[in-house]
Design a protein around this ligand. Structure first.
Ligand code: SF4
Length: 317
């Protein structure tokens, strides 16, 4: 089980401090693909940075504790303080853009072994990598290429290979299929799902695309304006959403045979620099009442393992 206890992640900016993740509490069973959805700026990627321990100025973890529920071979508890020592081996990160993450002037093979301990037999590891990337439908020669010699899909497969080669307990994937065409995107998603099924790692999968989540995620976290607003099994969140924002997001999903025009969510999220009262979704919510504008809704477990932060959660579905 991975526990997030009241996580507040703050950016220091010239305009002052802003909480990009504000009081997120979650219990995620190990071996789960957790999909995280919400509009740009809702805190999805910042939450991944906090989980990865990539907390460098101007970002800080102002409060909260992350319990990864894992120990190293010596029995040392892995925490946000030491998690960097376990990058790749116990926790790995798949970024959005492979082109900006891979060094363009270094061949892939060197990028694979650069982070290994100096006393590791690199030639032997590279032989294992060569065999591993073939399992991920990459030709062995891809290892000898420069990033620009590979297609976008192949580069993203290389990123998946780098992130999964050591069988990490936790994988953080930040919009890993954005900017790929739908066919390549589907291939990467299936690959991630297959790897997760085999290795039983916990994957935090960020995407604003609800269709992508529908295909891959076991559980869903919906974020809005730095807050967690709904959390539960994907089947519940997609089929019986409690929160009006989730409902609007899921209604935007196209279905075969239904050709009525999809409406987006009208309006924009609030600025996090403003002083915010009550429910942050209230200015855009069709169900907003006075209590919504004055009192922040707490996260409530309306159904077993299905939570929402809404004064008028729809429990009738
Ligand atoms: S608390 Fe009120 S404004 Fe917020 S989502 Fe629920 S109904 Fe809408």
């Amino acid at each position: 089980m991975i526990n997030l206890n009241n996580i507040v992640a703050t950016y220091t900016t010239v305009r002052g401090q802003v909480d990009a993740v504000d009081g997120v509490n979650l219990e995620i069973p190990s071996g789960t693909i957790l999909g995280i959805a919400g509009e740009s700026g809702c805190g999805k990627s910042t939450l991944l940075k906090a989980l990865y321990g990539d907390i460098i100025y101007p970002l800080s973890l102002s409060s909260g504790i992350i319990e990864y529920g894992i120990q190293d071979a010596q029995g040392v508890e892995i925490t946000t303080r030491n998690i960097r020592d376990y990058w790749f081996r116990r926790i790995a990160y798949i970024p959005q853009s492979s082109m900006s993450s891979l060094n363009p002037v270094i061949r892939i093979n060197r990028q694979f072994v650069d982070f290994l301990d100096p006393d590791t037999d690199r030639a032997q590891v590279l032989e294992q990598v060569r065999s591993y990337i073939q399992q991920l439908d990459l030709p062995p020669e891809a290892l000898d290429a420069y990033p620009h010699q590979l297609s976008g899909g192949m580069r993203q497969r290389i990123m998946v290979a780098m992130a999964t080669f050591f069988h990490p307990d936790i994988i953080l994937a930040d919009e890993p299929t954005t900017a790929l065409d739908v066919v390549v995107q589907k291939g990467i998603l299936l690959l991630l799902a297959e790897i997760q099924e085999e290795m039983q790692n916990t994957i935090f999968f960020v995407s604003h695309d609800m269709g992508v989540h529908y295909q891959i995620s076991h559980k869903m976290l919906i974020m809005y304006a730095a807050k967690a607003v709904e959390y539960g099994d994907s089947s519940d969140v997609f089929e019986r959403p409690l929160h009006p924002y989730t409902k609007l997001l899921t209604e935007s999903l196209p279905t075969i045979g239904d050709d009525h025009l999809r409406q987006g969510v009208a309006g924009r999220p609030p600025s996090l620099w403003d002083e915010l009262h009550g429910c942050r979704f209230a200015p855009r919510c069709p169900l907003a009442t006075d209590i919504c504008r004055s009192d922040e809704p707490p996260m409530v477990e309306y159904r077993p393992a299905h939570f929402a932060a809404c004064h008028h959660a729809d429990t009738n579905l």
